[in-house]
Every structure is written in structure tokens, then in C-alpha cells.
Ligand binder design. Structure first.
Ligand SMILES: Nc1ncnc2c1ncn2[C@@H]1O[C@H](COP(=O)(O)OP(=O)(O)OP(=O)(O)O)[C@@H](O)[C@H]1O
Ligand SMILES: [Mg+2]
Length: 256
């Protein structure tokens, strides 16, 4: 364990050939917080996550994760993190429980069955644990994927677009899993292209645009960047998402 930020990124640069994707990215993620890196398709979010998880080398700048340098202490970084990639990495032919047991055994943990059962319960998958993943919905798969990445209790987890492609209800379920993680002290850095996801989940939001962080702060701080709202009379119309969630019986605050 080390003191300071869970993730610290300074002046990070990365090009692919002639294409400069990151041109001086700085960010700090506080321990135990949820940090959202927000950006459009192609902004460089996955590139940042790959550099932080030691899968890719930056051209310039530095980054530490859990106090370890991603270049000179890469194996310590790998011990401290888990990465849930943009595309689910579960084995369809196995049951949910078998997937979890497999990962626990690969990590040489004792009591793999018990670890699997705890995670199934935590992610509301206990009933589905004995079924093949090929029968799971997208949201269940994503929850299983996140559960798998928690085996071994890494202090820092990276979630690359955890809810892309999910329906609103599954998104709410994944959000509740992420909140629970942070509630237990895990630091979560997630990427998203959804404004509402960042708004719902994140303690702090950074907007990555044209290679740089163009805004970084709490939601309240980001809102203060805009001129004060003018007070005028408008009837507040519900959004389609409000209507969808109301008629299917979930709210974005409480997935139960
Ligand atoms: N290995 C690579 N070789 C060449 N170009 C790449 C490579 N990986 C990514 N890029 C380019 O770099 C840019 C940033 O890609 P990146 O995957 O980091 O974006 P992203 O923000 O994660 O996008 P998305 O929201 O679509 O996942 C894109 O223009 C992409 O085409
Ligand atoms: Mg990406």
C-alpha cells in the first residue's frame, strides 16, 4: 500500500503512426472514488486505460497506479489492478459459477468455490450461477465479467465502457454493482461515452477531447463552468429514459 492518489497521470502522450491520440493528458484519481473518463468514439479512452494497465507504452509522460510506475514497476501495477475490457471476456460454454471458479484457480486462490458463490450472491447472479453463460442477458454477462475481475480483491479496477450496448435496466444494474465496489473502498476508473452514466456514478469526471483533458471536476464544478441558469417557467417533461424506467418499474437510484 502506498499513499497518494490511486491513479496519477502526468503529461501523457501517445501516437499511432502519424495519428496523435493523446497530447498531454493529466489526471488524478483519489482512492476509493469513482472516476469517469468521458469522451466520444475515438477520443483515446481505451488508449489511456491500456497504458494504465501496462498493455501499451506511452510515448511521453508518466503514470502511476497504486503508487507504482506503469513502466518501471509494471508487474506491481498488474498485481494491483483488474481490467474489464470493452468487450465481455466470459466463456459462453461454461456456467457463471464455473467461469468464476476458473479465474480463482488461475489466480491460485484457496476456496475457489466459496469465492465464486460470494461473488454470485453479490452480483445478484446466485440463481443463474448454474446456467451456461450463453443463456445470460447482456446485463448478466457484464455483471459476471465485472465479478470475475474482482477475484483477488484488486485495489484499483478499470472498466472500459461497462454499459455500452446494454438496455437501460441492465445499465442501472451495472451502475449499482459499481457503486457497491466503491462503497467497499475499491477505486474505480471507468470510461464512458454516456453523459448520464458519468452524472449518475462518478465522484469526479474528466472530459477527454482532442488529446487533452478539457474539463475535470465534480459534477457540481463542471456545471459551474456554464453561465448561471436563467430562471424561466417551463413544464418539465420526463425524458424517454425516465418513462422507460418508470414503466418497467426501476429507478436509476434503486435497481431493486
Ligand atoms: N492499434 C492502433 N493502431 C492505430 N490506431 C489506433 C490503434 N488503437 C486505436 N487507434 C486509434 O486511436 C484513436 C483512439 O482510439 P481509442 O480506442 O483509444 O478510442 P476510444 O475513446 O476508446 O473510442 P471508443 O469510444 O470507440 O471505444 C482512434 O482514432 C483509433 O482509431
Ligand atoms: Mg474504447
Amino acid at each position: 500500500m502506498s499513499v497518494g492518489a490511486a491513479v496519477r497521470v502526468q503529461a501523457l502522450e501517445k501516437s499511432y503512426g502519424d495519428l496523435q491520440v493523446l497530447s498531454g493528458v493529466d489526471l488524478d484519481v483519489a482512492r476509493g472514488s469513482i472516476f469517469a473518463l468521458l469522451g466520444s468514439n475515438g477520443a483515446g479512452k481505451t488508449t489511456v486505460v491500456k497504458i494504465l494497465s501496462t498493455l501499451l507504452r506511452a510515448d511521453a509522460g508518466s503514470a502511476t497506479v497504486d503508487g507504482y510506475d506503469v513502466v518501471t514497476q509494471a508487474s506491481d501495477v498488474r498485481q494491483s489492478i483488474s481490467l474489464t475490457g470493452q468487450f465481455a471476456a466470459v466463456d459462453e460454454a461454461l456456467t457463471g459459477r464455473e467461469n468464476l471458479v476458473l479465474v480463482a484457480r488461475l489466480r491460485h486462490l484457496k476456496g475457489a468455490g466459496g469465492i465464486a458463490d460470494d461473488l454470485l450472491a453479490r452480483f445478484q447472479l446466485a440463481d443463474a450461477g448454474g446456467r451456461r453463460v450463453s443463456t445470460y442477458s447482456g446485463g448478466m454477462r457484464r455483471r459476471l465479467d465485472i465479478a470475475m475481475s474482482l477475484i483477488g480483491d484488486p485495489p484499483v479496477i478499470f472498466l472500459d465502457e461497462p454499459t455500452t450496448g446494454l438496455d437501460p435496466q441492465s445499465r442501472v444494474e451495472v451502475w449499482s454493482c459499481v457503486r457497491e465496489l466503491a462503497g467497499q473502498g475499491t477505486t474505480v476508473l471507468l470510461t464512458t461515452q454516456y453523459l448520464d452514466e458519468a452524472e449518475q456514478l462518478a465522484d469526479r469526471i474528466a472530459i477527454l477531447h482532442e488529446g487533452r483533458i478539457i474539463a475535470d471536476g465534480t459534477l457540481a464544478e463542471l456545471k459551474r463552468l456554464l453561465p448561471p441558469a436563467e430562471v424561466e417557467y417551463v413544464e418539465k417533461q420526463p425524458t424517454l429514459e425516465d418513462v422507460f424506467l418508470a414503466v418497467v418499474g426501476v429507478t436509476s437510484e434503486d435497481p431493486q
